[in-house]
Design a protein around this ligand. Sequence first.
Ligand SMILES: [Zn+2]
Length: 303
Amino acid sequence: MTSIWGKIFKRKNQENSIVTNDVIAAVKEEPLLSSENKRLQFADIVVYQTAHPENELFTRAAEDLYQTVDEDVRKHIKRITVGVFGEDGRCAPSIVNNKLEINISISQSMKGSRIIGNYNDFTRNYFIETLAHELVHAQSMSNIVTSYGIQEFELIKTDIIAKIGFFGFEEYLACKVVAQKYDSFELIGRQRSIDSIIKSPVGNLGLDKNWSFDLINEMFYEIATRAAFVNVSTEQAKLIETDNQKYIDFITKIRDLLRQFESKTPLNKDQYFFLGNTLITEHYLATTNFDSSVIENKINNLF
Ligand SMILES: [Zn+2]
């Protein structure tokens, strides 16, 4: 059984990947180590696919960051694997025995260069920022489960529109936190225009449900990342520049909405649904001349 969750919480890479829940489910429950022995506790969950004397340096560099994460969140994090992955970072949740388990992956090569055997300021910062991004996702998932229960988390996972809202909003949040904390605005495809991003699903929705989901999701992911950067620094305004007034209105609405919901976290399934539904509706309004009842029908048929 594959999960789309792992595929979505990627960071800065076009490539998709999948997570096998069966493999994750096979990992045995282990008791938490004592909090006095923090060093051991962190080093114990980090696994490197490639053995190298420098691995220790990365572990040590990231340890302080990990210790800033709430105990409540940390207890859900099963493994942090550093290895060969299709994306820089990934945060994959699974539900095992009615409990949330999170597996984080970090790529051992970043921006096409190896980090293993190449420890310096750049690779260290990149490692820490990628981990920080994934830890924001882990924190959100944990908060949902703590506030609303594991069933709510399942509902978000199974409702396609709520899921679109979830992925987009969470990407916004993670990008914003990392941009604020590290003054980092890393973006693959930075040169891509916002017009091309908004146009990308047009004409292709409705042919296949999974494909429609992927198209909308990819678009919202791109918009959310850019909205996060622009909301942190006006110097990033170029990322959403367009001459098309309908697109300007669309982006403004989405940015405002994301900002509003930030103060309401943790969000529940209905709020994620609202975000997803508003995004799709506003996208139709920006790219077609359909009226709202036609749009509502389209969405009902689409998802
Ligand atoms: Zn992410």
